[in-house]
Design a protein around this ligand. Sequence first.
Ligand code: HAM
Length: 413
Amino acid sequence: MNDQLPEDLICWQQLERTASDVFRLFGYQEIRLPVVEKTELFARSIGQATDIVEKEMYTFQDRNGDQLSLRPEATAGVVRAMLQHGLLHNAIQRVWYTGPMFRHERPQKGRYRQFHQIGVEAYGMAEADLDVEIISLTWQLWKQLGLTETTLELNTLGTANSRQQYRAALVDYYQSHKESLDADTLHRLEKNPLRILDSKNDAIIELNRNAPDILDYLDDESREHFQRVQQLLDKLGISYVRNPKLVRGLDYYSRTVFEWTTDKLGAQSAICGGGRYDNLVEKLGGKPVPAAGFAIGMERLIELMKIEQLCQPVKRQDVYLVQTSATALELGSTLAMELRDAGFSVTANVGDASFKSQLKKANRCNARLALIIGDDELQTSTISVKKLDDGEQFSVSRDNLLAEASKYLAITE
Ligand code: HAM
């Protein structure tokens, strides 16, 4: 679990701002949800036999004896909230969210126990256009951020019915190679055979090359749906690679699934994952409502933005106010208010300190101008203005300060 220090947050805020602008362009509204939900919600939605539910949740009993978990992802909570507030009755919903998620995974670069996602969920639209809408939303976001090093991986998981048959074919296939399966794969074979497809074990990766492909088990409607998704992506010029091994680590998906990956981040290469989950609303107690969404891993995306040098530089403070007496401070606080009213950022020196040490602080906070109010300035109704980049200093009358400071700050933006 990481601390997020002020200097890191510049890039985080840039991402949050850009993403919320793009979400607005697509008509998505923000939703904010609790970080704690009933454990059962996650078990029923993400799936009892997934790594997340089996071994990664932070679960505890509260004082009433309720089993609760820190959310490992947000989709389950969004569906819970939609149902609880009756927002899905004959309605189309498009929402976005951001916040911390918790998974007790083995930490490594790009994989943390508290991490942050920013994502969207959309309800009430069964057609392939929605799958493409959410993919093109991510595409638009990458464009807006200036990202270039990303690949869209695409697959379909069909309907529950076609997946059942596919699952049976996979079990047959792996059973016939049982002697080469390690303990983890044997466990998956019993509990969740599709997950063998994204094994990181070299021998299993090799075995997976000849594993059955879901495309051969799809029902006609799912096949058409998948073709339509690809056609629309082609029309938009969004390129993708079909990855038949892309099965996702959560059980609620049906039909389209996708991940955005990059080869710039080492092992933790997925910066965004999502897809369609048409059965989840019903499974959580609602009437059937088709749905789709995705979540971006913010730590990973920000790391990629840093590698691609897309983070904006830290914005400099406009003014540091040096005030060397109690009377100076009174005048200074009025001036600071006027400057802030005009939109300039002002850090005022707080407490007693020598002129020299105040100037040092002005430099340390990377201000562009120091405005100095000392005894001389008070007597002559002037302010000394020091440009901190080149040390040049001049004096302006108090009445002219705002105009002079604005002039200088505007040209050195
Ligand atoms: P997910 O693939 O589990 O999907 O997570 C989405 C993204 O969160 C990943 O691609 C990755 O970038 C990031 N992520 C996951 N675990 C970690 C971790 N331990 N440390 C750092 N980053 C991590 C979901 O969570 C689904 N709820 C997405 C979704 C929304 N599907 C439909 N709607």
